[in-house]
Write a protein that binds this ligand. Sequence first.
Ligand code: PSU
Ligand code: MN
Length: 307
Amino acid sequence: MIDSFKQFIEVNGEVAAALALGQPVVALESTIISHGMPYPQNVETALRVEQIVREHGAVPATIAIIKGKIKVGLSEAEVSYLGQAENVIKTSRRDLPLIIAKGLDGATTVASTMIIADMAGIRVFVTGGIGGVHRGAPETFDVSADLTELARTDVAVICAGCKSILDIGLTLEYLETHGVPVIGYQTDDFPAFYTRASGFGVDYRLDTPRDVAKAIRTKWDLGLRGGLVVANPILREHELPLDLLAGIVEAAVQEAHKQGIRGKEITPFLLAQVKEMTGGRSLVANIELIYHNARVGAHLASALASL
Ligand code: PSU
Ligand code: MN
């Protein structure tokens, strides 16, 4: 059946109206709320991000699954619920059919948020950091489904790069193999989430929302399916010192290994460890970089809408 997915989706009125009029809309994920940050900062941040998107001229559409229904655009009560409920399941492409068929609550990752944004016709998506190739992946095969999604689904993802809990070099290799452009927004260096630079270069640097929008539009006009990574470094004043992070990330990865943490639990585990070991400084940086991505994402959505 054509568009049979529509029976599972509820797009809220404001988002639906903006999409119908071709106005800028920015998708937002929800794993960041349920598994990426502690309560109450998760809820405060999610609501503030929506506000920032609005202040910069776009309509926010936070995406999640509530009792088996895909929601595009959440109410404040729904954001607050997701930030506190116990049984919200981290939902990637693999999990989507089960969470929906069973009528469960699901928080969407970068991968599943892209899938749902695409179903709804939203082309710009703001997050903190993307998943990637994990350290040790040559042994464990742990490559985030975010990367395969970027290879196939037509959504541009604005992020602060990815964390050094991952193997950043292999992540960039994987993206190259799958034809995903990695654009540095006002940077030549691929950002490493808490820090502005990872030591790895980006494929292309672009300095204005309009230039980025043109590159995105051109990719899809050429019939080249799939996403793009728009890597926007954390602002200098919020960056964490590299020497603080290096040892901590190493220790967090060791601890995960020691405790036998595997699969989808690894990313949330490492995030919590890093927060603990930085005495909460990583959380402040995490929040600030998302706010910055929200500003850039809203500008990009506007530029794309006015091309
Ligand atoms: N990286 C972060 N914060 C996050 C995530 C990744 O710095 O919250 C979340 C995102 O939702 C991302 C997911 O899509 O983790 C990736 O998980 P995995 O590695 O299991 O694919
Ligand atoms: Mn994984």
